[in-house]
Write a protein that binds this ligand. Structure first.
Ligand code: KDG
Ligand code: MG
Length: 412
């Protein structure tokens, strides 16, 4: 089963996506997601200039060997660009293998361990009435677990509350639809940790009073606190029984989580900007987290993410794969197959893609009664309509960044 063609497709229906499409000599195709929000073209070059020439004529069945060749053979290790490129190849090869076997991928990974994947959506509002409406809207759409983000008094714009909320066809108002804003330069947002720390517990108290104790609630702190501030927040949120507090400290300092852990029993999730098992080694071994936040797209694909979650399982740590709209439907479907098969699945983030994206990427996964299912088509169950993709050329887009009141750049 030789690979005869490897194409890198860039499309921008609602936002930019990078997809690798592999074709074998028998005409089987496989898709892989290589989207790296705000740095898409770096991965395109990595793939086109360095990886594609190595793929032509290789045996598509040798997934692990190809992974090791691309990883060890490059000599230079890890990093988001490298790991997204390897992920795309790996996902596409698993897609091909499952299609060749005539099975949905989760069957090759061991079969279903559950009926469906509990998903959480992103509720947000600049104030409480807007937030409550957004939570209700998510419940109406079927979500049974909800991430809660709000504006902070005094701050004009803040992560998770879209300044670009807009009506999207029949899908209502979409928040945080495209965190990477199109344009020549990144947008600036403002930040003040003390205001945030004062405000957030009042929001969760109001949400619990309104929606009761059962609804699983999540919150993303997006790497903006010092260890002691994160400890303070975790402690102040304990009465509201969070499902998790995400990315409470910057990703570069795993030891920070030791301090946070000493002070709070609020469950911790981290890892959307990690890109390998080795980034997690210490925090898993020391049991400093409860959920692994990696996406299949940014962590070397199914082969590597599977090793990571199996290692995490030894410590009762569960999956919470990253699933914002910058993971394409290909990446989402791939991680749904893995999530269905593993024993230590926790939760799946699921922000729904817009209508244009769904027309480019035809999907067979379903979302019913709060549960995702990857579907039973052979492979990962996503097709790319190349003609439709061609209607939406790449557009420059950057993630925003933060400055403090005195002008200092701060983690976003
Ligand atoms: O590209 C950055 C986004 O994926 C990120 O900001 C979304 O933090 C995020 C989340 O938890 O979905
Ligand atoms: Mg996050």
């Amino acid at each position: 089963m030789r690979i005869t063609k490897a194409e890198v497709v860039v499309t921008s229906p609602d936002r930019n996506f990078t997809t690798l499409k592999l074709t074998t000599e028998d005409g089987i195709t496989g898709l892989g997601d290589a989207t790296l929000n705000g740095r898409e073209l770096a991965v395109v070059s990595y793939l086109r200039d360095h990886v594609v020439p190595m793929l032509i004529d290789r045996d598509a069945a040798r997934i692990e060997d190809t992974w090791q060749l691309l990883y060890r053979g490059a000599y230079w290790r890890r990093g988001p660009v490298t790991m997204a490129a390897i992920a795309a190849v790996d996902i596409a090869l698993w897609d091909i293998k499952a299609k060749a076997a005539g099975m949905p991928l989760y069957q090759l990974l061991g079969g279903a361990s559950r009926e469906g994947l509990m998903a959480y959506g992103h509720a947000s509002g600049k104030d409480l009435p807007e937030l409550f409406d957004s939570i209700r809207e998510h419940q109406e759409q079927g979500y049974r677990s909800i991430r809660v983000q709000t504006g902070v008094p005094g701050l004009k714009s803040i992560y998770g509350i879209a300044s670009n909320a807009r009506l999207d066809g029949d899908q209502g108002v979409r928040y945080d639809h495209e965190p990477a804003q199109r344009g020549a330069l990144p947008a600036q947002e403002d930040w003040d940790t003390r205001s945030y720390l004062r405000h957030v517990p009042t929001v969760f108290e109001a949400v619990r009073n309104e929606f009761g104790p059962e609804l699983p609630l999540l919150h993303d702190a997006h790497h903006r606190m010092t260890p002691i501030q994160a400890a303070q927040l975790g402690k102040s949120l304990e009465p509201y029984d969070l499902f998790w507090l995400e990315d409470c400290t910057p990703a570069e300092n795993p030891e920070a989580l030791r301090l946070v852990r000493q002070h709070t029993t609020t469950p911790l999730a981290i890892g959307e900007v990690f890109n390998s098992l080795w980034d997690y080694q210490q925090i898993i071994r020391e049991q400093l987290i409860d959920y692994v936040r990696s996406a299949v797209t940014h962590t070397g694909g199914i082969s590597h993410l599977r090793k990571l979650v199996e290692y995490a399982a030894q410590y009762q740590i569960r999956s919470g794969f990253h699933g914002p709209t910058d993971i394409s439907p290909v990446g989402m479907a791939a991680q749904m197959h893995l999530g269905l098969a593993i024993h230590n699945f926790g939760i799946q983030e699921y922000m729904q893609h817009g209508a244009r994206t769904n027309a480019v990427f035809q999907q067979s996964f379903t979302f019913e009664d709060g549960l995702l299912h990857p579907g039973d088509q052979p492979g990962i169950g996503v097709d790319l309509d190349v003609d439709e993709a061609g209607k939406y050329p790449y557009e420059q887009a950057y993630l925003p960044y933060n400055r403090l009141a005195d002008g200092t750049v701060h983690d976003w």
